[in-house]
Write a protein that binds this ligand. Structure first.
Ligand SMILES: *Cc1c(COP(=O)(O)O)cnc(C)c1O
Length: 235
């Protein structure tokens, strides 16, 4: 990996962090309440190393197999590893070793599997529930209408700690539509938090990617998942 690429990652990270902070302040939010998850998918492990050296602490991967190949070498680095891709139940056994936060839980069958695998590992899985807020047939995620029941059931599983919600903005050029979806997600999250008062901690909200993170900040995101803005375009 050449020094130009390393420098580019460092520069992009600095620029992205500054943008996020300035958009947050304009939206009357504290930049400290917003965490950028650097999505390193489809990029070699050297990019993660360069990111760590540049000061990045949160990384996201979307494929279990890729994570198995890349993440173990960072075992001794103080990074937080986010699973941002769909998890099939036959891959759940890899999760305890690989990830610190699973952002993509959207099925009770998988929840039970996660609960039992983490119990075997004497661990508690931290998860976000992925919601398909814009009812996009091409996307994973829970039907918003059943999110509340889902959380109720999730709370009965002792080796899962639900920390909030994740959603992917609609795939559209319309910034209004994206904003509408993020507003809906924020409202749903607030509703569920009120409904389960005392049982859920203040919900994290993972929404916003390289092309819509500004809207996500304005609408209450606490995690942004950003790949291309930091690591450059993907092949
Ligand atoms: C790839 C991916 C991202 C990052 O997308 P960018 O456009 O590179 O910022 C965010 N979230 C999920 C779920 C992804 O798969």
């Amino acid at each position: 990996m050449n020094t130009t690429t390393i420098q580019q990652i460092s520069d992009s990270w600095k620029r992205t962090s500054e943008n996020v902070a300035s958009i947050a302040v304009k939206a009357r939010r504290s930049p400290d309440d917003i965490t950028i998850v650097a999505v390193s998918k489809q990029k070699p492990a050297e990019y993660i190393r360069a990111g760590i050296d540049a000061g990045i602490r949160h990384f996201g991967e979307n494929k279990i197999q890729e994570a198995i190949e890349k993440l173990p070498q960072f075992k001794n680095d103080k990074i937080i590893r986010h699973c941002i891709g769909h998890v099939q139940s036959n891959k759940v056994r890899f999760l305890p070793e690989l990830f610190d936060l699973i952002q993509t839980l959207d099925a009770m069958k998988t929840a039970h599997k996660i609960d039992s695998i983490f119990r075997e590992n004497n661990a508690v899985a931290e998860v976000l529930v992925q919601v398909n807020i814009s009812y996009d047939s091409a996307k994973y995620g829970l039907d918003p209408a059943i999110a509340s029941d889902f959380i109720g059931e999730l709370l009965t599983l002792s080796n899962i700690k639900c920390r909030g919600f994740m959603t992917i903005g609609p795939n559209t050029d319309s910034r209004d539509e994206i904003r509408k979806a993020f507003k809906k997600m924020f409202a749903l999250s607030e509703n569920i938090y009120q409904q389960f008062r005392g049982k859920l901690s203040t919900p994290e909200l993972s929404m916003g990617m390289s092309n819509d993170y500004d809207i996500a900040i304005q609408e209450g995101a606490t995690f942004l998942r950003m790949g291309q803005a930091i690591f450059g375009e993907r092949g």
